[in-house]
Design a protein. Structure first.
Length: 145
């Protein structure tokens, strides 16, 4: 005949086991929903855009499905957002970690090359980054501050 101690132990172990199972289930559900990294499709729809009227930069702007440029500014509703091109140069020929975003002249029908207002260099589509050694210098300088 089982004694009361064994029955109590089994009940306690059952509660602990069920609680552990629920905790594991909650972690799995959270990791696959709220804490899940964005999908490749979601990431491919995010851009840094610049307002053609105000120059305001919108990082991680989500491009609406089946839409084309210019996109509507969420603040004004006007279709004034164009994808920005990043320039990582400074006036003195060094690299910087935070880019200046520029609208390419060709995107808005302006003639001539696009010039970065910060560094004075020509900016092109898929603008190349500064050399790796200059980027490392910029990172060291930022860390030293």
């Amino acid at each position: 005949m089982p004694d009361a101690g064994d029955s109590k132990l089994k009940k306690t172990l059952s509660i602990v086991g069920a609680s552990a199972a629920l905790l594991v289930l909650a972690i799995v559900v959270l990791r696959s929903t709220l804490l899940a990294p964005p999908s490749a499709g979601d990431l491919s729809r995010r851009r840094t855009v610049v307002d053609t009227k105000t120059g305001e930069v919108f990082n991680d702007f989500v491009i609406p499905e089946n839409s084309t440029m210019p996109w509507a500014n969420p603040k004004t509703g006007e279709k004034t957002l164009i994808q920005g091109e990043a320039c990582y140069w400074t006036k003195d020929g060094k690299a910087k970690l935070e880019p200046t975003y520029v609208i390419l002249n060709e995107m808005i029908g302006k003639p001539g090359p696009t010039i970065c207002p910060d560094c004075g260099r020509t900016v092109s589509a898929h603008n190349p980054l500064p050399p790796a050694d200059l980027l490392r210098e910029a990172k060291k300088a930022a860390e030293a501050k």
